[in-house]
Write a protein that binds this ligand. Structure first.
Ligand SMILES: C[S@@+](CC[C@H](N)C(=O)[O-])C[C@H]1O[C@@H](n2cnc3c(N)ncnc32)[C@H](O)[C@@H]1O
Length: 304
């Protein structure tokens, strides 16, 4: 089962309360969602969404004891705000995005996320739509592969790695990709050299960076006054996007009056709760090594 990362920190950031409305746009195994539903008992509500149909099934089972207090739907992150509106939920007191991959996805060889287990090289969160990682690789030339690895993962020696992949085509399995890059990709400390390559491909296959950029302003717009958005990232590229969007949304706008003599400060749309990201304790990383790169940022819509 997936162990939720920064669990206590997320619950204390969102401060769920009875009667509140919550949205979890990466509901995964339902771990954080369960904590939110417990904390907003007896009548708080949670809408949980995820691009992965399996995640919706798993969280539906885990959250069944909450009855109609939990509603679950399959959706991409950037499409969840429109879905919420269609379902009639206009605003939320707390929203959570816990990005990346769940242990359930990583541990299932048929999904193609892990290089430690052989399986079809798929990597799609929503297996109904879009190109699999194998199709993406086999249709790209070296220049496109290089760009993909740089833009989605800042992969070191991206050109050489792209050439190694290109020369090994067609690649259809996770083991083939791992073996193709193992000699060229650079390992960081004890991290396997294929790690960065697999992560970059997954981010590209699911268009994760573009979706995150598009989703953040929509999620700000869904917050009730006093409501909070918490985002957990696992990659520096994702964290940069969140940091920048939070900074921009919380800036005071300065406008000149008609005569150009006086500068007026217009209130910021949002307030950052923490300027520095919250990271897991050593004890958490020891128990759950997948937490090691997690960063939590929290932003609030001012109450007035
Ligand atoms: C780290 S897991 C979430 C775990 C969850 N918080 C829990 O406690 O069980 C991330 C989940 O987000 C989903 N996901 C990642 N990126 C997504 C995106 N752009 N749109 C929709 N779902 C996404 C994945 O399918 C995965 O189930």
């Amino acid at each position: 089962m997936h162990t939720p990362v920064l669990y206590g920190e997320v619950i204390s950031a969102l401060q769920p309360r009875a009667g509140g409305f919550y949205l979890d746009v990466t509901v995964g195994g339902g771990g954080h969602a369960e904590g939110i539903l417990e904390a907003c008992a007896p009548d708080g509500f949670l809408l949980g969404t995820d691009a992965d149909a399996g995640a919706i099934e798993r969280s539906a089972q885990r959250l069944s004891r909450f009855g109609t207090r939990a509603v679950l739907r399959q959706s991409w992150l950037d499409e969840a705000p429109a879905l919420a509106q269609r379902l009639g939920y206009k605003a939320f007191d707390g929203i959570l995005a816990d990005l990346g991959l769940s242990s359930n996805q990583l541990d299932d060889p048929s999904r193609g996320f892990a290089f430690m287990r052989d399986g079809p090289l798929d990597m799609r969160f929503d297996s109904r739509r879009g190109l699999s990682a194998a199709e993406l690789i086999n249709r790209s030339d070296v220049a496109e592969l290089t760009q993909l690895l740089r833009e989605n993962g800042e992969v070191e020696r991206a050109g050489q790695v792209a050439e190694a992949i290109w020369e090994s085509r067609p690649i259809t399995t996770t083991a083939q990709l791992r073996d193709a890059v193992s000699g060229v990709a650079r390992s960081r400390g004890r991290i396997h050299p294929a790690t960065q390559v697999f992560q970059a491909l997954r981010i590209a296959v699911n268009d994760e960076l573009r979706r995150l950029k598009a989703a953040l302003p929509l999620l700000f717009g869904l917050l009730s006054p006093g409501g909070r958005l918490a985002v957990i990232t696992f990659h520096s590229l994702e964290d940069r996007i969140v940091k920048q969007a939070f900074r921009e949304a919380s800036q005071y706008e300065e406008t000149q009056d008609g005569s150009g003599m006086q500068v007026q400060r217009v209130n910021a749309a949002m307030r950052r709760v923490n300027k520095k990201p919250i990271t897991p304790s050593e004890a958490e990383v020891e128990v759950n090594p997948r937490a090691r790169s997690a960063k939590l940022r929290v932003i609030e819509k001012p109450a007035s």
